[in-house]
Write a protein that binds this ligand. Structure first.
Ligand SMILES: NC(=O)c1ccc[n+]([C@@H]2O[C@H](COP(=O)([O-])OP(=O)(O)OC[C@H]3O[C@@H](n4cnc5c(N)ncnc54)[C@H](OP(=O)(O)O)[C@@H]3O)[C@@H](O)[C@H]2O)c1
Length: 298
């Protein structure tokens, strides 16, 4: 491989927003690693991308973000192939309409959307050159506004709203991005941590929703309120590539109800900015992954 080419990882790159982010990074000259669970889908997506962008440097490395061992194996394989990582886009996500736990008995959305990326970042950040262009981009959601972190009920066993675990997990992604930035600043690093949300887009995220519910939405809500996955990827690509971006910023669509429209600074709750909550979330995340996350020498 060209050792001067910048290297990016996009998790969940085989469809939806992740696929569009992958294309955007390739067009900007990155060598992209698609970190994917479904390899058949990932290889099909790779072939499709290479027919349009034939000179791209693109490869697939398997990962299951709900499984800590799989994440460690991914990190080892990545480190055996690459000496540097310039961009980590923590995009993969799941939305379930019923309670499911991972092998470690942790609620699946918190495990995949937040803890999996927390562990992955902790294993790879040492490969990032200390430059402002080196970035960790975390994907949050408008759903973060509906939640707090249920420290005494992290698996959401006692929550009554069906989407409480998803909302908590996406809030955790946003808080993680900020806390990582605070730690990078304290460690005197130039690498930045930013976050973004895609607004609303009709992607694979809704595959576990009742089909009849989705059919109705597709004739009513979707055409008016949601945008294409290509447009939904724009805030993520802005967070990743815009040279004016500062650590800790949060991007999203700025149009109708923040569901669609041109990318810009996104709105967020006061709760999501609480440093005491962020410190507590970091500690509980370390406990749950069973290792510490060191940033620089801190
Ligand atoms: N769509 C929206 O309206 C919306 C709104 C707000 C935020 N978001 C966020 O945007 C991000 C992208 O979602 P999307 O809309 O593009 O959904 P999507 O089309 O379902 O894509 C999600 C990706 O994550 C992957 N993934 C899921 N579980 C995984 C696991 N355990 N290990 C590895 N990869 C896994 C999926 O892979 P598989 O093919 O293997 O399932 C898929 O590639 C997510 O973080 C989501 O929370 C989306």
């Amino acid at each position: 491989m060209d050792k001067d080419k910048k290297v990016a990882i996009v998790t969940g790159a085989n469809g939806g927003v992740g696929l569009e982010v992958t294309k955007g990074l390739l067009k900007n000259g990155f060598h992209v690693v698609m970190a994917c669970r479904n390899l058949e889908k990932a290889n099909n997506a790779k072939e499709q991308i290479l027919t349009d962008l034939s000179s791209s440097k693109l490869e697939v490395i398997p990962i299951d973000l709900s499984d800590f061992e799989s994440i460690k194996t991914f990190a080892q394989e990545f480190k055996s192939k690459f000496q540097r990582l310039d961009m980590l886009v923590n995009n993969a996500g799941v939305l379930f309409n019923k309670p499911i736990k991972n092998r470690a008995n942790i609620e699946m959305q918190f495990a995949t959307n937040h803890l999996g990326h927390f562990l992955l970042t902790s294993l790879l950040i040492e490969l990032m050159p200390d430059l402002k262009s080196s970035r960790v981009v975390s994907l949050s959601s408008l759903a973060h506004k509906k939640s707090e972190i249920f420290f005494d009920d992290i698996n959401c066993d006692s929550q009554t709203k069906w989407d409480a675990p998803y909302a908590q997990s996406k809030l955790a992604c946003l808080i993680f991005a900020d806390e990582l930035q605070r730690k990078l600043t304290l460690a005197g690093k130039k690498i930045i941590s930013v976050s973004a949300h895609p607004g609303g887009t009709d992607s694979g995220l809704f595959e576990h929703m009742p089909p009849i519910f989705m059919s109705i939405l597709r004739y009513t809500f979707v055409p008016i309120f949601l945008h294409s996955t290509k447009n939904a990827a724009k805030p993520v690509l802005k967070a990743a590539l815009d040279s004016n971006v500062k650590g800790g910023e949060y991007f999203g669509p700025t149009g109708l109800f923040e569901m669609k429209g041109p990318p810009g600074i996104a709105k967020r709750t006061k709760y999501s900015q609480r440093e005491d909550v962020a410190a507590r979330l970091w500690n509980i995340s370390e406990e749950l992954i069973g290792s510490t996350f060191k940033v620089g020498s801190l």
